[in-house]
Ligand binder design. Sequence first.
Ligand code: PLP
Length: 479
Amino acid sequence: MATKIPLYERFAAELQEQIEAGTFPEGSRIPALRESAEQHNLSLSTILQSYRLLETRGIIEARPQSGYYVKFRPRSRTLEADPSPAREDPTSVNIDDFSMQLFRDTQDPDFAKFGAASPDVGLLPMARLNRIVGELAREGAFDLDTSFYPEGTEALRVPIAQRAFGFGCSFGPDEVVITAGCTEALALALQATCDPGDLVAIESPTYFGILLILEALHLKALEIPTNPETGLSLEALEFALENHPVRAVIAMTNFSNPLGSCMPDANKHILVDLLARKDIPLIENDIYGELYFGERRPSVAKAYDATGNVLLCSSFSKDISPGYRLGWLAPGRWLEDVRKLKMAIGSGTSVLPQLTIARYLTSGGYDLHLRKIRRAYAQKVARMTRAIEEHFPEGTRIARPQGGYLLWVRLPAGIDSMVLYREAVKSRITIAPGSIFSPSHKHTDYVRLSAGAWSEKTEKDLARLGRIVHRLLAEGKEA
Ligand SMILES: Cc1ncc(COP(=O)(O)O)c(C=O)c1O
């Protein structure tokens, strides 16, 4: 199965490699758009898209009337895929208390929060939401809306279906269930498709919240290797499905947590066909889908779903407000099961947040807000990447996310990220150590750092973290 990466991304990667290798030093001019197009036999628009991508990454800059120049030469090379282990065994999920400890540490206002995947509070539309709550109260909207349904209010399901239509999906509002965040959407999807003891194929590394859900539902995990650029390895998945009784697959197709990888749309199509053939449901988590850095929103696997086999989960936690606890699920052919489960465990979702977000989505300004935060996160990711390059030791490798705000970083050989966590906490800094992203505690030499927390002020904290990494490296060499 060939992995299809868009042409402009491939050319951007080639050009970045040349910049990293020093072919184009910092401050030097890179070939003009037309020149590159001719040299590489690519269209002008492909080259322009590649240059824009490198611009968002902070590597090149456009100077008016003059062309494109190298602004920053990445020092450490970009993270490469780990060689895929040929076989994986199913793992029971037993998350120790560490995830809860990390959660508590990241709530402490005194800590530099590189460990939490929280959005930048300053980028949330809180003032607008507060105004809407006032409007709704004055209109008596809550008094009128005493009826609530397990699937949530239509006022919110309609704009969700409309937006999903914009990225290739064709489910209607009646096929959407409103949930308490993406977490509940994932839990409902797993409950609807699996029974306790079943085996679920997951990405490795994966978002540790998924592991908590698997554990709570007594499900087993089968780790499937991933690629830092393209996400879930389809080859490894196919092999796993032939060798294990997998009941469901969970994948973050767009800007995974922690990798920031984006599965090419062609791969999404292959994935959907593969799972439909085998009658194994795909639980797709698209929570970061709107936070793309490129020219357009990537599609979702659900867009290729002709049989109702994909359960698409998302929420407004990353772009509007995590505190509203509002998400949604388009469960395909499990709609009735999901509605029944939702009725059983809570009779529906609180109406006030639903009406507030519904009005926010339909009253104009959401797209503008998204454009603003996409730019802001792309810049934060670029700046934090540069700062890691500057402050961390030689040998550090950094993933190159194409959206979201998370950075997956491999530490130089010999550093255990759990040891780094403990040392960092003493300095009032949190990081997310790599082993919590795997039920078998792999990825021990990785950390996930969140650029959501990035600001000029936190650069100092990152520099302090870098000094701790330098010290641990030196101590490791001495030992
Ligand atoms: C990949 C992923 N899925 C789900 C969630 C949880 O989302 P919510 O807060 O909407 O429940 C998060 C939050 O960090 C996440 O990163």
